[in-house]
Unconditional design. Sequence first.
Length: 289
Amino acid sequence: MQQSQAITRKSASNLALAFVLLPKPKRDGMSALYAFCREVDDVADEESAPVEQRRAGLAAWRADIRRACEGAAPTFPVIQELQPFIRAHCLRFELFDELIKGCEMDLDTQRYETPEALELYCHRVASVVGLLSIEIFGYRNPACRAYAVHLGKALQLTNILRDVRTDAERGRIYLPLAELKKFNVTEAEILRHEYSDRFAKLAVSIAGRARNYYRLAQETLPAEDRRAMVAAELMGSVYWRLLCKLEAKQFNVLGPEPTRLGKAQKILLILRTWIRFASGAMTPNYGTP
């Protein structure tokens, strides 16, 4: 587990932060899964490498995770560390394949025409991670899968709103072009980092979609599985607070400083989430004003 844990510690991501609420066996499983996700994402995002080289790299990861899922010996150290959890939790190759397809979309697509096209991307890069994670967390009610799908899309749309400028600096616009047209926002304005009332209205529309997915996640998580989903619920709380912070600044996300939650805010959310679950509170800490 040394390599996976090193990758997780180095990332300092919100997802890695959520692992602190898990018992060690599940924490180790999630570290291994996170390290795999981080590695394939880094292959796709390595813009100093030619696209075909990155495509070949992702193909190599796909072949190796297939070996692991089929019980053969994988070659990548991160997948070697992940394989015991693949066996223990019956993690399916089809889900890993979907995740890699999402990474491949970043090689070929820098614009999404419609919300439906963006939704497929969100499903592959976020909801699929949720579907793999809940197998490690453990659940009893199959409705938990719908919860993972909805929460994944909510988190990814929040990420997209936060990272509009960062993505624009790489020539990418994830906000659907149909929505840009609806609010009379041009691609050039986003690429030049020009904030306007029109852009704010566009962002409010996307945030409305995110809010709807938070609501669906809140409604579909079965009560009997809420305790098992404590790490996912912490993720929901963190990203919900981030969305609220973006709304408070009227989605002025085109400046040089990205909007983030401070360390103190995150620690407070961890404590609140832990206290709520320890006390038996069954209502989510997100999806409400």
